[in-house]
Design a protein around this ligand. Structure first.
Ligand SMILES: C[S@@+](CC[C@H](N)C(=O)[O-])C[C@H]1O[C@@H](n2cnc3c(N)ncnc32)[C@H](O)[C@@H]1O
Length: 336
């Protein structure tokens, strides 16, 4: 293997986050690695395996805790490429660093929030001049594109770091695809149905009577709806992503959709960490009320979440989650 980063490029930047300990938040997210629904990465790995050539650099944009990078290197152990993990969460990056500190093919960059400008740094502002001059062969974004509130700015910056023949691989379980099956779910939309179902249960089951009165308080309900939509953003349609990518100078090369089986118990395990976002109205979310939540209230939220999932997926241990895969490349400049 002969892959080399450009001369003046440091794999591990000299930054505060590098010195911090690994935190529970990141370890908790990373547990999805073992979940069946993370088979959503298989198709992306296949696409990358076909596209990456010896000496290539792949930017793993929103690479998080490094799950994709880990699988890529496991699946293709002789991969003669560099993977630059770029993410806005220093805690997630810190865990990625823990996994790859001694793996010379993996490098890290943090996207900071620029408070005065009220925006995140763009990818071309964080990769450094050596990578910017060289440009990269490929960029991948898994399970994250639905989180970009500034999608146009984000993908415009991707163009700045890609070679003219570079390739982009995007995938998410939160893109509404026109050919989704009737029984398929967009994975975060389960949260809104859990909320509705929990509401029904609270109104019917005297065991949850203590949480009924707030349901008629419109301001309280609205504040918690707003909070839920911050944790789990409203889903946008495929058309929106295609339009923005095309407007920003990309040519779409493929759109594929697959149904990934998600185990109900594993999805519960994942969501239980975000109980405040899903069912914060049960007892009042600290982010809304300013008061810490009692342990017994958290237990009620969790038991309501389990009861709702049971009601939603009667007798089913899995549900089908729709995943959309988009590939694109910089469009050639218009001739004439
Ligand atoms: C659900 S995780 C997915 C992580 C990883 N790609 C994977 O598939 O496991 C979403 C990631 O997107 C990052 N993220 C969220 N908003 C972002 C933004 N606006 N720009 C870049 N990354 C963002 C988060 O920090 C997080 O690491």
């Amino acid at each position: 293997m002969s892959f080399e980063w450009p001369n003046s490029f440091s794999r591990i930047p000299d930054a505060d986050w590098v010195q911090q300990p690994v935190e529970a938040l990141a370890l908790n997210y990373d547990s999805v690695e073992a979940h069946g629904w993370y088979a959503n990465l298989d198709h992306t790995l296949h696409q990358l395996g076909e596209a990456l050539e010896s000496g290539s650099i792949l930017i793993d944009y929103s690479g998080g805790t490094g799950i994709l990078a880990q699988r890529l290197l496991r699946e293709f152990p002789d991969l003669d490429c560099g993977v630059l993990v770029v993410d806005s969460s220093p805690k997630f990056l810190r865990l990625a660093l823990e996994k790859f500190r001694n793996e010379r093919r993996v490098a890290f960059r943090h996207i900071r929030y620029l408070r005065e400008e009220r925006r995140l740094e763009r990818v071309d502002e964080v990769v450094g001049s050596a990578v910017l001059e060289r440009r990269v062969e490929a960029l991948v974004s898994t399970n994250a594109v639905h989180l970009y509130f500034d999608l146009a700015d984000t993908v415009r910056a991707w163009r700045e770091v890609l070679k003219p023949n570079g390739k982009v691989f995007i995938q998410s379980g939160n893109i509404r695809h026109p050919e989704m099956g009737e029984t398929d779910w967009l994975i975060d939309e389960t949260v809104h149905v859990i909320h509705e179902t929990a509401r029904e249960i609270v109104l019917q089951d005297s065991g949850y009577e203590a949480y009924r009165d707030v349901l008629t308080d419109a301001d309280y309900v609205e504040a918690h709806d707003t909070l839920r939509n911050k944790y789990f953003l409203p889903v946008r349609a495929l058309e929106y992503y295609v339009e923005v990518l095309e407007q920003e100078g990309f040519r779409i090369t493929s759109v594929e959709r697959m149904t990934i089986p998600a185990r109900v118990d594993q999805w519960y395990d994942f969501l239980s960490v975000y109980h405040e976002g899903v069912l914060g109205w049960v007892g009042g979310a600290e982010k809304v009320t300013g008061s810490p939540t009692a342990q017994r209230v958290i237990e009620d939220r969790l038991s309501l979440m389990r009861a709702s999932l049971q009601r939603m997926f009667v007798g089913q241990s899995t549900f089908g989650a729709s995943w959309t895969y988009i590939t694109c490349e910089p469009a050639p400049p218009a001739s004439g």
